[in-house]
Design a protein around this ligand. Structure first.
Ligand code: BMP
Length: 273
């Protein structure tokens, strides 16, 4: 993997424009934090995005948990992303046949393609899901150009996860095969060494997002399992994703700053800075 290189170096060489932008944002803001803003009203979401915006690289949403999703949600998120220079990652975890996910992504009530730079999918349905999403985003008439990318959910943090072994290997296969649209993985570690039936592509540089990051808890009562920013980044995370550790902290802004600092120090240590 390219995890020993700086974000700036990776921004210079990466073939994918959105990956380049992601690394540039991280470098400019000295932050590899993605906040998982799992709140349930538009006002809470936009309020968090505005207050935490300066300290994060990416905001991760679960747009379908909002009780009042509307045009205002989209307009608000987009303008805050521009104001604070962060990217938007809708954690929709597409998992269906190609024909269905194309509609879920680019049509429908949530209009995900319109506002979310990054999406993710499970490869449980097989290669076709990646092909379908890439086809939609790379169609000549797709309105958002090369400003969109996909993360493959290659592993999960919950206890007893079945996203292991052959599933994780297939994730790497499809990432290699659809490299022009796949930015990388949601996984608990770098996956370059994982057995794959597709040979590594020369110069490949998959971006690793790691969920389940928390400074003060080991897990929750529903099977979530946490690691620290240091541990995640040591295992190859390029971006650490924290939800309750930040938004449910007594002072979310202070918490965001703390994750930012620890995430950045761990990154500097990794690249030898
Ligand atoms: P929290 O830090 O509050 O546990 O939230 C974790 C977030 O990351 C949730 O939005 C969850 O849906 C997501 N997530 C996860 O926890 N584990 C995974 O394997 C994949 C996820 O997307």
């Amino acid at each position: 993997s390219k995890s020993h290189l700086t974000y700036s170096a990776r921004a210079t060489t990466h073939a994918n424009p959105l990956a380049r932008r992601l690394f540039e944002v991280a470098e400019a803001k000295q932050s590899n934090v993605t906040v998982s803003a799992d709140v349930t009203t538009t006002q809470e979401l936009l309020d968090l995005a505005d207050r935490l915006g300066p300290y994060i690289a990416v905001i991760k949403t679960h747009i379908d948990i909002l009780s009042d999703f509307s045009e205002e949600t989209i307009t608000g998120l987009k303008s805050l992303a521009a104001k604070h220079n962060f990217l938007i990652f809708e954690d929709r975890k597409f998992i269906d046949i190609g024909n269905t996910v194309q509609k879920q992504y680019h049509q429908g009530t949530l209009r995900i393609s319109e506002w979310s730079h990054i999406i993710n999918c499970s490869v449980l349905p097989g290669e076709g899901i990646v092909e379908a999403l890439a086809q939609t985003a790379q169609a000549p008439d797709f309105p958002y150009g090369s400003d969109r990318g996909l993360l493959i959910l290659a592993e999960m943090t919950s206890k007893g996860s079945l996203a292991t072994g052959a599933y994780t290997s297939a994730s790497v296969d499809y990432a290699r095969k659809y490299q022009s649209f796949v930015l990388g993985f949601v996984s608990t570690r770098a996956l370059g060494e994982v057995e794959s039936s597709v040979a590594p592509v020369k110069g490949e540089d998959f971006v690793v997002f790691t969920t389940g990051v928390n400074l003060s808890s080991k897990g929750d009562k529903l099977g979530q399992q946490y690691q620290t920013p240091q541990s995640a980044i040591g295992r190859g995370a390029d971006f650490i994703i924290a939800g309750r550790g930040i938004y449910a902290a007594p002072d979310p802004v202070e918490a965001a700053k703390q994750y930012q600092q620890q995430g950045w120090e761990a990154y500097l240590a990794r690249v030898g800075g």
